[in-house]
Design a protein around this ligand. Structure first.
Ligand code: GDP
Length: 439
């Protein structure tokens, strides 16, 4: 993945001199090389111009961060920029209805049918009961293919002969309801190229079943064409996100970097191989690291930053001792956890949180959004002293955050328990946990 781009970016970043400030000349030199690397990787020209401009603003005259070398500061800045361009936050979907309906669309050969099965498998591994629905009736092999994959995965496949695709889909919803399947994944028809009849059929399908998600499956190997296809599907049907397939074979990564800015829709998953387990949730920051191919250097940067964090952690520790640890501090710490790849081990350390059964990153994100909304609905005084939050205030906060009093109570309890635990620990252990929260 990204071998070409990675090599060129490494080359572009190599020539940084060691000084306290990044000079305009240095920045322009780096930017020129980054620009060429991106263009050669087939990133959309408009996006390249945006990246160049944004990086210029961020880099010229930038003070070298404490504990970092000039080279590391630039790598860090470029990494953040690429993360932004890729969509900043990871987004999949919040399953909030039953059955939850996901419709996969895309042109023939993009990997749509395979991806339906991969997605069903991924959801199954998270405890969901998927139903696969074969609506690609023009390609009889696709129905067979889905049935074979379904059998392998022990996931039912709904299909019907001599029936219109939208009617098959409608009937499948009834089947799902009466058979306890909570997610319906619809494989739709594709064509070798985009044509108007296909678009119309997909619009009919969309209006008939009203899916919660319409995901466009695109083959990353077709480069810029993927962006054009995505634009067309989004204009005509309205998609909620994308799945890029064959990322294992695409060494350039250009389309991936263009899509969010040009189409405005997030990439939600990536296909990374032919095996049924080769589907990953899309994490912009991790992909940005892979594009830069500087895992080791980025780790070093993180470590150096953590050293700076130590000061902040000591202050937090002081606040805890003095009973001044506020709900805002609590939220700050949780947000740091979110930035980490693997959260399971640290979540275990926080009393209260592990009881919410945060088994995976998605659940954690949903929970964190809720917690953020609740804390942001509090007044400054309430955040500083949660003890004044009485029943009336709880009702107001619940209303303001679109949650309920029970959730507000739960959060306050978590906060109280964390507070208690941190105070009960000896200084070194508490500091250790706080440091880990920031990793
Ligand atoms: P559809 O016509 O869009 O339904 O495409 P298929 O699901 O039949 O896939 C077309 C081909 O792409 C098949 O040979 C798949 O095995 C292959 N394919 C799908 N996703 C990936 C992927 O992520 N990596 C690789 N290497 N091959 C993939």
């Amino acid at each position: 993945m990204f071998e070409d781009l990675e090599a060129k970016l490494a080359n572009a970043l190599k020539k940084i001199k060691g000084q306290a400030l990044i000079t305009e000349q240095d920045a322009l030199e780096v930017l020129k090389n980054i620009k060429f690397a991106l263009l050669e990787a087939d990133v959309n020209y408009k996006v390249v111009k945006e990246i160049e401009q944004e990086l210029k603003e961020k880099l010229v005259g930038k003070q070298i961060e404490k504990n970092l070398t000039p080279f590391q500061t630039i790598v860090d800045t470029v990494h953040k920029e690429l993360t932004q361009v890729l969509g900043a936050e990871s987004s999949t979907f919040v399953i909030n209805s039953k059955p939850f309906i996901v419709m996969l669309v895309g042109i023939q050969g993009s990997g749509k049918t395979t991806t339906c099965a991969k997605l069903a498998r991924l959801l199954k591994s998270k405890g969901r009961q998927a139903l696969l629905v074969a609506c690609d009736i023009y390609r009889p092999a696709a129905v067979k293919q889905l049935q074979t994959l379904g059998k392998q995965l022990d996931i039912p496949v709904f299909s019907k002969e001599n029936t219109k695709p939208q009617d098959i889909a409608l009937e499948s919803l009834e089947y799902a309801k009466s058979n306890g399947r909570d997610i319906v994944i619809i494989d739709t028809a594709g064509r070798l190229q985009i044509d108007e009849q296909l678009m119309q059929e997909l619009v009919v399908m969309k209006n008939t079943v009203q899916p919660n998600e319409i995901l466009l499956v695109v083959d990353s190997m077709i480069g810029q064409e993927a962006v054009n296809i995505a634009k067309k599907f989004n204009d005509d049907i309205g998609i909620s996100g994308l799945i890029f397939t064959k990322m294992d074979a695409d060494a350039r990564g250009g389309a991936l970097l263009s899509i969010k800015r040009i189409v405005g829709k997030p990439i939600k998953f990536i296909g990374v191989g032919e095996k049924i387990s080769d589907l990953e949730q899309f994490y912009p920051d991790r992909i940005a690291s892979r594009i830069l191919g500087m895992g080791d250097i980025l780790t070093l940067i993180e470590q150096a930053k953590n050293q700076t964090d130590e000061q902040e952690q000591k202050q937090l520790q002081k606040k805890l001792k003095k009973n001044q640890f506020t709900l805002d501090d609590f939220l700050g710490q949780l947000k740091k956890i979110q930035k980490m790849g693997s959260i399971a081990s640290i979540i275990k350390m926080i009393p209260g949180l592990n009881k919410v059964k945060l088994t995976n990153t998605d659940d954690f994100e949903v929970e964190l959004k809720k917690i953020t909304a609740i804390i942001q609905s509090m007044t400054k005084k309430e955040k500083e002293n949660y003890k004044i939050i009485d029943a009336n205030r709880k009702r107001r906060i619940a209303k303001g955050s679109g949650t309920d009093v029970q959730s507000v109570n739960k959060l306050l309890k978590q906060f109280e328990e964390m507070n208690k635990m941190m105070k009960g620990l000896d200084k070194n252990k508490a500091l250790h946990i706080m440091k880990n929260l920031g990793r």
